[in-house]
Design a protein around this ligand. Structure first.
Ligand code: PMP
Length: 353
C-alpha cells in the first residue's frame, strides 16, 4: 500500500540505537559486555520462591524493596535512589527530566551511541566535543555554557577510566545544569562519583545490574542523587508509565544487591582475566587504550578490524565492530571467562603472523 505522504510527514522519525547481535545459537559471545558468570546464588532462590498467584497484581510502582537494598548498599537514603528497567530506561528518563533548557547538551563524540538517539528522540539539541588523539575526554571542553552534560566513566567503547577528581571538575564547572555520570562499568574500574552526591546538587549517577551483577536479561538500572532530583525523576516516570519494573526483576535484583561477597568475587575474576587478556593482546601486536572496564578496545596495526571481525564471527566468536569514523579499525572485545578468551586468542593466533 502506498502511504499518504501527509501522514508520513507528521510521524516522529528516529534512527534507532542498534544493539549488538544476540545470536540464537551457542557462540563465544564477547560482543555486548555481558558478564560470563551467573548472577548471585540468591537470585535463583528468589526465583524458586516466586508465587505466580501474585502475578495477578500490579508490581510495587516504587520498587521499594529493591530501592531499600540499593540505599543500604550505597549508604544513602531511600529517597536518593531511583530504579528503572535497565540503565537505558533510567538514562532516557533523565534526558526527559533534566535536559529542557533548549541549549545544547554535551557528551563526547565517541561514546555510548544511545545518548545521541535520546537527544534526537526528545529533540534536545546536543554538541559532541571530540575525544583527543588518545581517546581521552578533554574536560575543559565541558566548561562552556550548555543545557546539561552526560559523561560515562569508564567511557564506552574506549574503556578509559578517568580519576574521580577529573569527573568532579566537570561537575563543579557546571553548577547551573544537571550532570549525569553514567557508571555502567564503574565496578571494574575505580572510585565512583556516588561519594560526591552530598556535595553537588547537580549530580546524578547512573549504574546498572547488566554488567558486574550479571543480570542484563532482567533489565535493572538505577540512579543515585539528592532527594530533589530523584523526586523530579519519579514525577516524570509516573507520568510515563507507573509500573516500569516487574515483580520478578524487583525480587531477583534485591537478592543480587544483598550478596556483596559474590559480586566482589566475580568482579575480581573478570578484572584478573582482563589484565591477562591485555598481555595476550599485546603479544599479538594489538594496541589499545588501557582498559578499566569489562571490555578492551583494540586495533591491530597490520590487520583490518572489519576482516578480523568477520574471521572471528565465522568461528562463532562474536566481538563488536563499528564501521564509523575514527573507530573503524577497532574491535571492542568483552572480557569473558579465561576459557572463552583462550579460544579467542587461539583463533587470532591462527590468523595473525
Ligand atoms: N551505559 C553504557 C555506557 C553502556 O555501555 C550500556 C550498555 N549497553 C548502558 C548504559 C545500558 O545498559 P543497561 O540498559 O543494560 O543497564
Amino acid at each position: 500500500m502506498e502511504m499518504n505522504p501527509r501522514i508520513i510527514k507528521n510521524i516522529r522519525k528516529v534512527d534507532p540505537y542498534v544493539p549488538g547481535e544476540q545470536p540464537q545459537h551457542r557462540v563465544i559471545k564477547l560482543n555486548t559486555n555481558e558478564n560470563p558468570y551467573p548472577p548471585a546464588p540468591g537470585v535463583e532462590r528468589a526465583l524458586r520462591e516466586i508465587d505466580t498467584d501474585r502475578f495477578r497484581l500490579y508490581p510495587d510502582p516504587s520498587a521499594n524493596v529493591l530501592v531499600s537494598a540499593l540505599a543500604e548498599h550505597y549508604g544513602v537514603s531511600t529517597d536518593q535512589v531511583f530504579a528503572g528497567v535497565g540503565s537505558d530506561d533510567v538514562l532516557s528518563m533523565c534526558f526527559l527530566t533534566f535536559f529542557n533548557s533548549g541549549k545544547p547538551i554535551l557528551f563526547p563524540d565517541i561514546t555510548y551511541s544511545f545518548y545521541k538517539v535520546w537527544a534526537e528522540l526528545y529533540r534536545i539539541p546536543y554538541e559532541c566535543p571530540k575525544l583527543d588523539e588518545n581517546f581521552r575526554i578533554v574536560k575543559e571542553d565541558y566548561y562552556r555554557e550548555n543545557g546539561g552534560v552526560i559523561v560515562p566513566n569508564p567511557n564506552a567503547p574506549t574503556a578509559i577510566y578517568e580519576e574521580l577528581g577529573f569527573v568532579e571538575d566537570i561537575i563543579a564547572h557546571n553548577p547551573d545544569v544537571v550532570v549525569i555520570v553514567d557508571e555502567a562499568y564503574i565496578d571494574f574500574a575505580g572510585r565512583s562519583a556516588v561519594e560526591l552526591i552530598d556535595r553537588y546538587d547537580n549530580l546524578i549517577v547512573v549504574q546498572t545490574f547488566s554488567k558486574a551483577r550479571s543480570m542484563a536479561g532482567m533489565r535493572i538500572g538505577y540512579a543515585i542523587s539528592n532527594p530533589a532530583l530523584i523526586r523530579y525523576l519519579n514525577d516524570v516516570k509516573y507520568s510515563f508509565n507507573s509500573y516500569t519494573m516487574n515483580q520478578t526483576s524487583i525480587a531477583c535484583g534485591t537478592e543480587a544487591v544483598k550478596d556483596r561477597a559474590y559480586f566482589e568475587k566475580t568482579t575480581e575474576k573478570i578484572v584478573e582475566t582482563r589484565e591477562w587478556a591485555k598481555e595476550e593482546l599485546r603479544k599479538l601486536g594489538f594496541e589499545f587504550p588501557d582498559s578499566r572496564a569489562n571490555f578492551i578496545f583494540a586495533r591491530h596495526p597490520r590487520y583490518d578490524a572489519g576482516e578480523l571481525f568477520e574471521i572471528l564471527k565465522k568461528q562463532d566468536i562474536y566481538v563488536r565492530h563499528w564501521d564509523s569514523k575514527r573507530i573503524r579499525q577497532y574491535l571492542r572485545i568483552t572480557v569473558g571467562t579465561r576459557e572463552e578468551m583462550e579460544q579467542l586468542f587461539s583463533a587470532l593466533k591462527a590468523y595473525i603472523r
